[in-house]
Design a protein. Structure first.
Length: 382
């Protein structure tokens, strides 16, 4: 209790008595209502700290309805700074291992969706709300606690922001794409993003290959990483989705290519690998995920220049880039070895050999050892 009083900023010596554990929630509510906005945030920060200690502590916090203090503050739009501070606390809660279960039982997701969909809300609040929903739905376990319609509502709210012609805020656009990427890192999330007549993933795919978009470099970078997540780069299992989602992914990539000057997906991939190091690194991640699909493998193998880039250790000069290029090379080689067309088509033999040699060399450029050479000099004369 002394800790609560100190965090809430109450005067020293002031007594606060909780008559019973059952009344803790109402008493904390009373404390929060009687102190300044800073005090309220401090009380809620203490609640978050206690929630993070253990699952049993989180269960107690939830049973005492203490999470409703945060929900009530999110609903209160009078003070943007306080709302933002509370959203930061919710962002911390979303990262807690046992937090997903308890947060999914509250009205938090509905509140966040209302913030994201509200054009009158400050852009920074919408962005933070999208980051929280992205973090929550990036955990496979949450789909055990929420139904599909709830997840679709979250995705729809982000999709709506990206559809809006008024979304000229670069940071908000990038955050929306990142949030979709986080959701797409799970099997269920990726499936939902690729389902329906107007899949939310279309924003990601179109932006990933759009160099002329109004948001520029950052927008494309966020979209490429998001597409890498959706295609399964970070999933150890279940990279391939269900038939409907896979067909949706393939169709949108080919449609995007047909509307561009590159005409084919392989042309789009190559254009990404010709850009700066940040874009290339994101491009490697994208290819690692997509190349598990036979149609993408054929596109990759149809462009010798792509094979040359991913097999050349001198392509990248920084450690992260070298490792990303090498992982991409390994992924292409693995998919090629698993493909039934390798043994039946001699055209792939040379590509497979080149990839195998590159995999054996490792990710880093090893300079050839130069043997000592004798130096012949004329004798000095006095």
């Amino acid at each position: 209790m002394e800790a609560i009083k100190m965090l809430a900023g109450f005067p020293e010596g002031m007594e606060i008595v909780f008559p019973s554990a059952k009344g803790v929630d109402s008493d904390l509510g009373a404390i929060a209502s009687r102190c300044s906005s800073l005090g309220r945030v401090r009380v809620m920060a203490l609640v978050v700290k206690l929630f993070s200690v253990s699952r049993s502590a989180a269960s107690t916090i939830y049973s005492l309805n203490l999470l409703k203090l945060l929900e009530a503050e999110v609903k209160n739009a009078d003070d943007t700074l306080v709302t933002l501070s509370v959203l930061e606390l919710l962002y911390e809660l979303a990262e807690v291992e046992h937090g997903t279960e308890f947060l999914s039982k509250t009205s938090l997701l509905q509140l966040l969706c209302s913030i994201i969909s509200d054009n009158s809300v400050e852009s920074i609040l919408r962005s933070r709300a999208m980051m929280i929903t992205g973090r929550l739905l990036s955990k496979e376990i949450i789909y055990s606690f929420i139904d599909e319609s709830c997840a679709k509502t979250v995705i729809s709210s982000i999709d709506g922001r990206l559809q809006s012609l008024e979304i000229s805020d670069r940071d908000e656009c990038e955050t929306a794409l990142e949030a979709l990427g986080q959701i797409g890192s799970t099997f269920e999330g990726a499936r939902l993003l690729l389902s329906g007549s107007q899949p939310a993933a279309r924003h990601v795919i179109y932006a990933a290959f759009d160099r002329q978009g109004p948001q520029g470099h950052g927008r494309q970078l966020a979209a490429l990483h998001a597409l890498g997540n959706i295609s399964g780069e970070a999933r150890t299992d279940n990279i391939i989705l269900n038939t409907e989602a896979e067909e949706s992914l393939r169709r949108m990539v080919y449609e995007t290519a047909s509307k561009s000057s590159k005409l084919t997906p392989s042309g789009l991939f190559l254009s990404v690998l010709h850009q700066d190091s940040e874009i290339r690194l994101a491009g490697y991640r994208m290819i690692i995920g997509l190349v598990a699909r036979p149609w993408c493998l054929m596109e990759i193998c149809s462009k010798q220049e792509i094979i040359n880039i991913v097999t050349d250790p001198s392509t990248e000069t920084k450690k992260l880039g070298m490792e990303a290029r090498y992982n991409c090379c390994k992924a292409i080689h693995k998919s090629l070895m698993l493909s039934s067309r390798v043994s039946s088509d001699s055209a792939f033999a040379g590509i497979a050999t080149k990839l195998q040699e590159a995999v054996e060399k490792g990710p880093y450029l090893v300079k050839k050892q130069v043997e000592a050479q004798p130096v012949v000099m004329t004798a000095e004369r006095f």
